[in-house]
Write a new protein. Structure first.
Length: 270
């Protein structure tokens, strides 16, 4: 699997780089339920897919290293991408099943920005942001199906379908104060905040397995640390606002009939 990288130091404090890499996921086999009725529409065996990734970035520092700014733009292209979909043979009376299929070619583009600054001798602040500009798969409108008139069955997908699990925007930031003299020891206080943007839980949508939005929540934490005579104590307050964000919506179990849907909720304040 090839991987090539180049970097160029513009100055002692600024470096630009580029990376090209490839990867793949091996193929596999689905369950193939309903074989007595002719089986599923999509192949029981799915092929490997290939990822080609390009990154262009910069790493820099200023003010004698007290300010660091890094950024990277990336473009990821999948060929024959593997994704979970509801097999359309359900419309033919075949038992419902979620399968892995080679849906089509996909592209993801976006960028990351990471900044860190030291303010004085004891204060540090940091910020990280991820933005996804595009995350789509070129999906077919129909799949081959000889059991229906015309030999094709609707896929239920749009020509350019949004990929699941890619949040549009996410970010995190923190402020840390060190060197606090307290009770004869040295303490520090850190406040951190993060936001997870909205994403989709799956590619396909339907009554048996609906496509839902997830994410769109923020979490704030506070951490107090004390060092004294060779020991350390820490006090955490996690999820200060007691947010009930949903990190993942699981609707892949025929839940409209069997009630097996579930939501992964982030931990409450602790």
């Amino acid at each position: 699997i090839p991987k090539v990288g180049l970097e160029w130091s513009l100055t002692n404090d600024v470096m630009v780089y580029g990376i090209y890499s490839e990867g793949y996921r091996v193929g596999g086999t689905n369950r193939g339920r309903g074989m007595g009725k002719g089986g599923p529409t999509l192949p029981v065996v799915y092929d490997s897919d290939t990822l080609k990734n390009v990154e262009l970035g910069v790493k820099s520092q200023f003010m004698d290293g007290r300010l660091q700014v890094n950024a990277v733009y990336y473009s990821m292209n999948w060929e024959n991408m593997q994704l979970e979909v509801v097999d359309p043979s359900t419309n033919l009376g075949i038992p419902w099943q979620m399968v892995v299929a080679n849906v089509g070619d996909a592209e993801v583009t976006g960028y990351d920005i990471d900044m860190k600054a030291a303010i004085g001798n004891n204060i540090e602040v940091g910020y990280n942001r991820t933005v996804i500009n595009d995350a789509d798969v070129k999906a077919p409108a129909f799949f081959e199906e000889p059991r229906v008139p015309g030999g094709q069955i609707a896929s239920g997908l749009d020509p350019s379908q949004a990929l699941p699990m890619f949040a549009d925007v996410s970010y995190s930031l923190y402020v840390q104060i060190a060197g606090i003299k307290l009770f004869g020891g040295e303490s520090s206080l850190r406040f951190q905040h993060s936001y997870v943007g909205t994403s989709l839980n799956q590619l396909t949508d339907g009554f048996t397995s609906p496509r839902l939005s997830q994410g769109d929540y923020a979490i704030s934490d506070a951490i107090f640390s004390m060092d004294m005579d060779g020991w350390r104590a820490q006090l955490y307050i996690k999820n200060i606002g007691d947010e009930r964000g949903i990190s993942y919506e699981d609707t892949q179990h025929f839940d409209q009939l069997w009630g097996d849907a579930s939501s992964n909720v982030i931990r409450p304040r602790s």
